[in-house]
Design a protein around this ligand. Structure first.
Ligand code: PT1
Length: 273
């Protein structure tokens, strides 16, 4: 059983986490109301498309992305979370900042998705003091520079050891095992070879005793393999999500919810009876 605020999942079927970015892009004037409304409309569409969880993020953590202040991040995500109050699926807040976690949880979020695995000062306590779920993710370095020189002796062993340590830290802080999911962090300080090793060996993480979340959607590793630009990686992303589920992932974090949900319906049909 996976506990996520007032929501419960038995994980008999894989879950689709739909990505809702609230980050101004070149088509936006950065005006708060426009991006807030767009994000809420996008979130509602992802629920219609079959999302089981929505992941709301106000700071991009893709390689080379700039950081934003806590206030700026809250300005982006808070009205979206408040605007989605009462929806049928849990809201996850994609942040590594304890202040953003606390405010988002108070506004109704049921999960914290932390690329920093609750290592920031005070982060463990914020989640422990709630009934929210948490995703503990591995990364090497910081998003600004993490792709410059990723280095591991054995990437699967190192990621597994890190995730085990963070699970222990979370449980000691008072976060029950059933509220924890783990994530190897595809693309976070990893070469194509490292990412492929992690996907090949994904089953190793199941021995840690927490559900595994995989985020492969539209990432550059798929571009490196297919030669496609970021806007043209849907088929590769759906394939990668399905292959992660085949190797034991319980949750896939995706942009293309409708297509991924269809692929997983085939998976589910084959696994019935
Ligand atoms: C992820 C993830 C995330 N990814 C979780 N949260 C991103 N739990 C944001 C590239 O190589 O995998 N798991 N939150 C987005 N990060 C990236 C990283 C986006 C790498 C793109 C790349 O293109």
């Amino acid at each position: 059983m996976f506990l996520c605020g007032k929501f419960k999942f038995d994980l008999s079927r894989p879950l689709v986490m739909g990505i809702v970015n609230v980050t101004p892009d070149s088509f936006s004037d950065g005006g708060c109301h426009i991006s807030t409304w767009d994000a809420i409309a996008h979130a509602v569409k992802l629920i219609e498309d079959g999302a089981d969880i929505l992941d709301i993020g106000g700071e991009s953590t893709r390689p080379g992305a700039a950081t934003v202040s806590e206030q700026e991040e809250l300005d982006r995500v808070l009205y979206v979370i408040e605007g989605l109050r009462g929806i049928s699926v849990p809201i996850s807040i994609d942040t590594y900042k304890p202040g953003v976690m606390r405010t988002a949880l108070a506004a109704g979020a049921s999960m914290v998705n932390d690329i920093n695995a609750l290592q920031a000062e005070g982060a463990l306590a914020v989640v422990a003091g709630s009934d929210a779920a948490v995703c503990l993710m591995h990364k090497q370095g910081k998003p600004q520079t993490m792709q410059q020189r990723p280095e591991y002796l054995n990437v699967t062993d190192e990621v597994e050891n890190f995730l085990r340590e963070r699970m222990v830290a979370a449980e000691i802080a008072g976060i029950a095992r059933e509220r924890i999911v783990i994530d190897p962090g595809f693309g976070f300080g990893k070469t194509l070879g490292h990412n492929l090793d992690l996907l090949r060996g994904l089953e190793a993480f199941l021995t840690l005793g927490a559900p595994v979340l995989a985020g492969l959607s539209r990432k550059s590793m798929l571009g490196a393999i297919t030669g496609r630009e970021v806007g043209d990686r849907m088929a590769a992303s759906v394939a990668a999500a399905l292959l992660a589920v085949q190797r034991g992932a319980s949750i896939v974090r995706v942009h293309d919810v409708r297509e991924t949900t269809d692929a997983l319906k085939i998976w589910n049909a084959l696994n019935e009876e």
